[in-house]
Design a protein around this ligand. Structure first.
Ligand SMILES: Cc1cc2nc3c(=O)[nH]c(=O)nc-3n(C[C@H](O)[C@H](O)[C@H](O)COP(=O)(O)OP(=O)(O)OC[C@H]3O[C@@H](n4cnc5c(N)ncnc54)[C@H](O)[C@@H]3O)c2cc1C
Length: 528
């Protein structure tokens, strides 16, 4: 069963090794985890739904509660404290595009707002109803998951938009194909959600971001259906597909999408390399990208992230290996790179050799596939750590950007430093670290993680988080980064969007949403 107030299913836990607990206790001092509000108590707090009965709409308190929030830190605080504020007034489960149309007509008749809902894994406040006098219907795509067509000549597949990552990959794998889109939220996030948030998978280096994979589809808007035909390329004016990408449910409901698929690969390996310093590691990944070496993924952890990963893993063999590394000069400033190679056996061998050569040029030390495959095994499991940390009184959150190469090194130091400064101003300790992933020829995504003590008062926790978010977001913008490389805008990044798009750009975005949704029915308060 899916957790109603945390990450993932209730069968899976992430036990924290004793050494990791001791490390955190030493860092944050005494922790004081307060118990969470119970499911039953929150259920009782839900107001009665004002919606008239409709065969496609469920107004039960349980369904409305589990669709009320996503996975951002403010969402967690709301769910765990019971201060949820606004709930959807009903949840609809259409089975067909015609059902979606019917629900839109119902919403127009009743004067209701609609929030499209995929997997609910948003980390930016995309699916939260705002407090308003108008009723809100959350429209879940969870029953629209079919593979509609697989074109084995053109290498495209058409799915209903509610298909989750594992469902999609399983249907393709049966026929020898893959999409290769693996965000860390793969277990629950959906094709429609990926398109609506411009998502990026961990192996985007090989397979491309969702923008490169999305080939066409259909969106039901308040003004009717918009078809997005598939062309391999087109010069027929601005591309409507580009307008749907990142639309965050503001223009309509994507009901189906055609995506570009590939044949399953013959071979795949993940390797670990240590660099003596951040500068050398960053130079190596930049050169790999600029020399166009066809790896499938790159993730370079900064010294603090490398250290924390080794400690939190609690694996004795890693500790022993680490001691050895220190002895040969890969000490306090060492950085771990994990890279993947995927393709035919020959391709894998050749790419591994090319990558090794660049790494060695930058003093990289190969440690084989054990570290790489440890990363691979945990790639969808590590979000479960968040549940464990919360239970012991520690909060974890992340933020991300993409920045051109000339500023990457400076920004990768400045963003964690901005987080530390914001917390020091509140006399709080914080552990902040970063990695480069989604590396491009012209820049890289900087993904920052921070952990801090969870104060007993939820308002204090939210204030701390807001201070960090503001300070880090301003640092991102000072260094010329985008406010989001992959998580989208939602509510949490909306304040920073005007600085990125400009006044005219914001006006154009609003006009675009309005042209599909003149009365503002779709997901109000998000994006723009
Ligand atoms: C642990 C964790 C790890 C994550 N890792 C990554 C990562 O590696 N890469 C990454 O890109 N993101 C990541 N995310 C963020 C999140 O998973 C993505 O934003 C994802 O694309 C959201 O998909 P979803 O189906 O859950 O959408 P939801 O959260 O349900 O919705 C997100 C937005 O999309 C809209 N939407 C959803 N479906 C439709 C539809 N069919 N039509 C129109 N609008 C729709 C919603 O209205 C909302 O505005 C992570 C999140 C978590 C919690």
């Amino acid at each position: 069963m899916k957790r109603w107030n945390g990450w993932g299913n209730t069968r899976t836990d992430y036990p924290l090794p004793a050494s990791a607990r001791a490390y955190l206790a030493n860092l944050f001092g005494s922790l004081d985890p307060q118990p969470d509000v119970t499911y039953e108590a929150v259920l009782k707090s839900l107001p009665i739904s004002p919606l008239p009965a409709h065969p496609l709409v469920d107004v039960s308190a349980g369904e409305r509660l589990i669709h009320a929030r996503g996975q951002s830190l403010p969402d967690w605080v709301a769910l765990r404290s019971g201060r949820i504020g606004a709930f959807p007034d009903g949840v609809a489960y259409p089975r067909t595009a015609q059902d979606v149309r019917t629900l839109m007509e119902f919403a127009t008749k009743v004067g209701m707002k609609i929030i499209p809902y995929g997997g609910g894994t948003s980390v930016a406040g995309h699916i939260n109803p705002s407090r308003s006098d108008l009723p809100v219907l959350t429209l879940s795509l969870e029953r629209m998951t079919r593979l509609l067509d697989l074109d084995e000549v053109g290498h495209t597949a058409t799915f209903e938009a509610g298909v989750t990552g594992p469902e999609l990959e399983q249907s393709l794998a049966k026929q020898g194909y893959t999409l290769g889109h693996f965000p860390q939220s793969h277990e629950y996030s959906t094709l429609g959600g990926w398109i609506a948030t411009r998502s990026s998978g961990q192996q985007s280096y090989k397979y491309g971001r969702i923008e490169q994979l999305f080939a066409g589809g259909r969106m039901e808007t308040p003004l009717g259906l918009i078809e997005l035909p598939h062309f391999p390329a087109s010069a027929a004016g601005p591309d409507i597909k580009e307008m749907v990408l990142g639309s965050e449910g503001r223009m309509g409901v994507i009901t189906q999408a055609k995506v570009k698929v590939r044949c399953l690969s013959e071979a795949e390996e993940f390797h670990g390399v240590f660099f003596p310093s951040w500068e050398q590691g960053a130079q190596a990944v930049r050169q790999i990208a600029q020399e166009e070496i066809p790896v499938s993924m790159l993730r370079l952890s900064n010294p603090q992230e490398t250290e924390t990963t080794l400690i939190l893993s609690g694996k004795a063999w890693l500790g022993a290996a680490d001691k050895g590394l220190r002895l040969i000069g890969y000490g306090g400033t060492r950085c771990l790179l994990v890279f993947g190679v995927t393709g035919s056996t020959i391709h894998v061998r050749r790419t591994r050799a090319q990558t090794s050569s660049v790494c060695r040029r930058n003093s990289g030390l190969f440690v084989g596939t054990i570290v790489g495959h440890t990363w691979e095994k945990a790639r969808f499991y590590s979000p479960y750590l968040r549940n464990t940390l919360w239970d012991i009184g520690v909060t974890i959150d992340t933020l991300e950007t993409a920045i051109p190469w000339p500023k990457v090194l400076e920004a990768s130091r400045a963003i964690p430093a901005a987080i530390v400064t914001a917390m020091e101003a509140r006399d709080e300790k914080v552990l902040a670290f970063a990695h480069l992933s989604h590396v491009y020829r012209d820049g890289a995504s900087i993904y920052t993680t921070f952990l801090f003590r969870r104060p007993p008062d939820p308002d204090e926790l939210l204030e701390l988080w807001a201070g960090v978010k503001r300070s880090a977001s301003l640092a991102i913008q000072r260094y010329g980064g985008t406010i989001t490389h992959q998580h989208g805008v939602g509510m949490d990044n909306a304040a920073y969007l005007p600085a990125e798009k400009g006044a005219l750009g914001m006006q154009a975005l609003r006009a675009l949403c309005k042209s599909f949704d003149p009365d503002g029915m779709m997901n109000p308060g998000k994006l723009c």
